[in-house]
Design a binder for this molecule. Structure first.
Ligand code: FAD
Length: 396
């Protein structure tokens, strides 16, 4: 692959080795593409030593589609399945009602509605699958990007030059590549912060993902193995600050208030972390031999738990197209990339509409709209066919 000490030539350069960039590298290596994977950090947590008492604060809810795809890539083979929790059902609580909207895998004749696992578990598995694919991670930062008619050149900070036909930008929400190309973003602040923490629950969660929708805030208690639950609590930024200043016992009291002790007494395990919640969508996902994937292209509200699934779907789409290319066809061709962009924009717009719509609906102080929300939830509860549709959409 290297033609001289300083120039590397390949088909594709992937910038960013988060979950999305790593899976893009694994998928393209399987297709025999010559590729360079670049990240400014060596992300692998070599010290990840999981114990039954310590759980990663960052967790993901993966859809069935994502899990099946990770299996086909060979990533799932390396996942520690003893630390994966299947989701059997969902309970959506709304304050003016004493009964939740219940959606279960059984409603749609499915064994489960996706699963929950720790970020570190998945990251570790991706790195092992990457090693098995013989792809090396180049730890470096790009300093310049020059687009030509037939190739694109990136210079790295240790003076290597990379010449490729296509750049896959998977460098996250503050994407350097996107900024270099001057691709603007549509940005929306939810003025919310997510507080994330793990708890040991007194009562078994039965594999149920519980979510509470209150005006201006949502709390999810997502099941993990061993009676553990992961809380993702989206609140106004001011309230988040106040909650983060509380003592452990006071915070637990607030969590109990919202969740109405649905799982009995909770005890905090590990650290409490927080993230600011925004929605950001790139105005274009492609430009002159560059394609944006994952958070570089779109950041969504975690309420729907879809961020990483959406990024994986970018890679699924791109890889399903690149696998059909013959060696004579140009992987950086504009019309080819345009087809990718059209397919992905539709998916991202639907996700943004869903999360913004839910946010607006549950944030409303209008008693009339609150009444409609509560009424709709009860109606859905009574309609088996509608529940089946919702479960199928949620587990996609
Ligand atoms: C509170 C919270 C909860 C969430 N919960 C869920 C959930 O339940 N389910 C879900 O699907 N999603 C969830 N998400 C979203 C999910 O975390 C992201 O969508 C996902 O991590 C994006 O992956 P990525 O690979 O695109 O980007 P990142 O993970 O950000 O990776 C980007 C990579 O690029 C590298 N990089 C950056 N700049 C450069 C540069 N200049 N040069 C080289 N490399 C660079 C970085 O080092 C990093 O390795 C959640 C997000 C938040 C905030």
């Amino acid at each position: 692959m290297a033609t001289s000490a300083e120039i590397i030539e390949a088909d594709v350069a992937i910038i960013g080795a988060g979950l999305v960039g790593l899976t893009a590298a694994i998928a393209m290596a399987k297709q025999g593409k010559q590729l360079v994977l670049i990240d400014s950090h060596a992300n692998r947590d070599k010290d990840w030593a999981p114990t039954t008492d310590h759980w990663d604060a960052r967790i993901y809810a993966l859809t069935e589609e994502t899990t099946e795809w990770l299996k086909s890539l060979g990533v799932w083979h390396y996942v520690d399945e003893t630390r994966v929790q299947p989701i059997k059902a969902m309970e959506l609580w709304e304050p003016s009602r004493n009964k939740p909207l219940m959606l279960s895998a059984e409603d749609a004749y499915l064994p489960q509605m996706g699963c929950i696992l720790e970020s570190a578990n998945l990251m570790q598995a991706c790195y092992q699958a990457l090693e098995a694919s013989n792809v090396q991670l180049t730890v470096a930062s790009p300093t310049s990007l020059i687009q030509g008619a037939h190739s694109v050149e990136i210079t790295l900070d240790h003076q290597q030059h990379v010449h490729v036909k296509l750049i896959v930008a998977a460098d996250g929400v503050h994407s350097w590549v996107r900024q270099q190309l001057q691709i603007g973003v549509a940005f929306k602040s939810f003025h919310q912060t997510a507080i994330v923490a793990n708890f040991k629950a007194e009562q078994g969660h039965q594999g149920v993902a519980r979510q509470w929708f209150l005006p201006h805030e949502t709390m999810a208690l997502l099941p993990l193995p061993n009676h553990m639950v992961s809380m993702v609590w989206a609140v106004s930024t001011e309230r988040a600050q106040a909650l983060l200043n509380l003592s452990q016992d006071e915070l637990l009291g607030e969590v109990s208030n919202v969740s109405e002790d649905a799982l009995g007494k909770l005890s905090l395990s590990g650290e409490v972390v927080s993230f600011v919640l925004n929605q950001q969508t790139a105005e274009s996902y492609i430009k002159d031999r560059v394609v944006l994937v994952g958070d570089a292209a779109h950041q969504v509200h975690p309420m729907a738990g879809q961020g990483v699934n959406l990024g994986f779907r970018d890679v699924m789409q791109l890889a399903s197209m690149t696998t059909k290319l013959s060696t004579m066809q140009d992987i950086g061709d504009y019309h080819f990339l345009r087809r990718y962009e059209r397919a992905r924009k539709l998916d991202v717009v639907s996700m943004n509409t869903l999360t913004s719509g839910l946010d607006a609906l549950f944030a409303t102080s209008s008693p009339w709209l609150q009444q409609v929300t509560g009424w709709s939830m009860q109606k859905i509860n009574q309609q088996d066919w509608l529940k089946k549709q919702l479960v199928q959409t949620a587990t996609l």
